[in-house]
Ligand binder design. Structure first.
Ligand code: ATP
Length: 513
């Protein structure tokens, strides 16, 4: 555990030191769970957005993208169920005065049981060596069976109590399991209460005439209320999708995990409109497609897993999360939900407008069903960033920190470095910079020893360093250094564009999906 915490601390400090993420309003001591993206963070974030947008909108002939406003008519949030049901169960510890999500306390308790299971499996694997049959061990070992049954019973009781809004039972569960405040060990809990996560604000100048609004807690509703507009103007037949990237706001109860849980964050959502009765087929299809999209980034297959929801949200008839192995364990990265016709039907009812599709094949009108894929941009940023950050011991015993980002996502694609600041090398390097800048985000630097400059580029994930030396002036060649292998090669200047492009263009990444 200590090791995981160290890794996480290193992620947070590296993100700040190298201009990726700063605490918001830092000179005023910051604002809890709000962060700003710095010069390198903004580039990385934009590149992640591009990867998602291209995979959705550019590669799918039947998906279009929109950009709806953050402020929306307040009745939308009544229709969507957010006013009444967008709650988290909170519980306070009377001694430490700290606030927790009651469901998360129980889930963390179960995660600890799961850790114990994994340790048993690891121990057995060591004991039995090559003869170890994991599936058989899991199915027959009494300890594993006991742990799994215990976990399943706890989670199912939690799901049922939340479903029935039986908050007293959630509290009883916490007490029966003797769950303590993780920081202080105190078991002195308050009752469990529901807490609405939406931020309210006002529209209008005078206090009397102002309308109460909410900052949107999800981007999806902006898609639903534009369904008719988009369908009519794009003339797409079902199935078709609408994609959107944008800010969402939630007054999270517990927001202590850096950019994993923020109060202002960004979502990348796609709502796929399908004929009723076909939604589960498309749901399975999107689960696969989305996992492949993640896997193409090359962060390691073992770092992803599906988690099927026990407790379905009020709008869903099937739901799963893609979880990622963050520095603090497996947690939700993306949600894939079969939302039925809940949202469009609710907007029909509340707006009084017909939101229907005429299906020429079925020769009937109906409200489309929806399969949603919803990924948090900031969580994805954290997954990519933390997984790419590595400390390496080199052959000569020295160490380097390298951010081995997927090349298409790297903030800077190539650094152009004259070996010395004289003899015409800066001018030669400048010419290369001015040529490459039309195609790639490139960086020029002439200060400090070349080794130091390489290290700085490794730390921000630049895939290529291009060094100009005295020979360059004679033969028009430069040294290109590869970030991951640190190998160096002499190449003609005329080849640079091709070499960089091959590695960093989105085509290379997108064609792996
Ligand atoms: P959680 O259970 O972690 O609170 P959720 O199930 O409420 O998440 P959804 O409503 O399904 O999340 O939102 C879709 C995606 O938006 C999530 O998978 C996550 O990546 C992202 N997301 C949700 N809340 C936050 C937040 N507070 N900060 C950053 N990203 C978030």
């Amino acid at each position: 555990m200590a090791k995981q915490e160290d890794v996480f601390k290193k992620v947070v400090s590296h993100a700040k030191e190298y201009g990726f993420i700063f605490p918001s309003s830092e000179i005023y001591d910051g604002l809890s769970a709000i962060y700003d993206y710095g010069q390198n963070g903004a580039e990385l974030k934009n590149n992640i957005k591009q990867y998602w947008w291209k995979a959705m909108v550019q590669l799918n002939e039947n998906i279009v993208g929109i950009d709806s406003a953050i402020f929306m008519h307040p009745t939308i949030w009544k229709a969507s169920g957010h006013v009444d049901a967008f709650n988290d169960p909170l519980i306070d510890n009377k001694d430490s005065k700290k606030r927790f999500r009651a469901d998360v306390l129980v889930e963390d308790y179960c995660a600890k049981i799961e850790d114990k299971e994994n340790k048993e499996i690891e121990k057995a694997a060591k004991r039995f060596g090559d003869a170890f049959d994991k599936a058989q061990f899991e199915a027959t070992n009494p300890k594993i069976i006991e742990y799994r049954e215990k976990r399943a019973a706890i989670l199912s009781r939690l799901a049922k109590s939340l479903e029935k809004e039986d908050l007293a039972d959630v509290k009883a569960l916490i007490e029966e399991l003797e769950i303590a405040d993780p920081d202080t060990g105190s078991k002195n809990w308050t009752e469990v209460r529901q807490f609405n996560l939406m931020f309210g604000t006002k529209l209008g100048a005078s206090a009397d005439s102002a309308t109460d609004l909410y900052l949107r807690p999800e981007t999806a509703q902006g898609i639903f209320v534009n369904y008719l507009n988009v369908q009519k103007t794009s003339r797409h037949k079902l199935p078709f999708g609408i994609a959107q990237i944008g800010k969402a706001f939630r007054n999270e109860i517990v927001a202590r995990q850096f950019i994993f849980r923020m109060r202002e964050f960004e979502q990348m959502e796609m709502q796929y409109f399908v004929p009723p009765g076909t939604e589960l087929e498309f749901y399975e299809q999107w689960k696969k497609t989305r996992l492949n999209w993640h896997l193409a980034l090359g962060l390691g297959e073992d770092n992803y897993r599906f988690h099927d929801h026990e407790k379905l949200a009020h709008y869903a008839n099937a739901a799963a999360d893609i979880e990622f192995n963050f520095p603090f364990g497996f947690k939700e990265l993306e949600g894939i939900h079969s939302r039925t016709d809940f949202d469009l039907s609710a907007h029909e009812k509340f707006s009084g407008r017909k939101i229907q599709y005429f299906d020429p094949e079925r020769n009937e009108n109906y409200v489309p069903y929806v399969v949603e894929t919803s990924v948090g941009l900031d969580r994805l940023f954290l997954a990519i960033f933390s997984n790419s950050l590595k400390d390496e011991v080199l052959e000569d015993g020295s160490e380097r920190t390298v951010l081995s980002l997927p090349p298409a996502l790297a903030p800077v694609k190539a650094a152009i470095l004259p070996l010395v600041k004289k003899d015409g090398l800066p001018e030669f390097a400048d010419k290369i910079f001015n040529d490459l800048k039309f195609d790639f985000n490139v960086f020029y630097e002439e200060k400090d020893a070349i080794g130091k400059r390489y290290r700085r580029q490794d730390a921000i994930g630049t895939p290529f360093c291009i060094t100009v030396d005295h020979d360059s002036l004679n033969d028009n060649t430069v040294t290109i250094r590869y970030r991951d292998t640190m190998q160096q090669e002499r190449v003609p200047v005329s080849q640079l564009r091709r070499i960089i492009d091959e590695k960093v263009n989105f085509r290379t990444l997108l064609s792996k999906i």
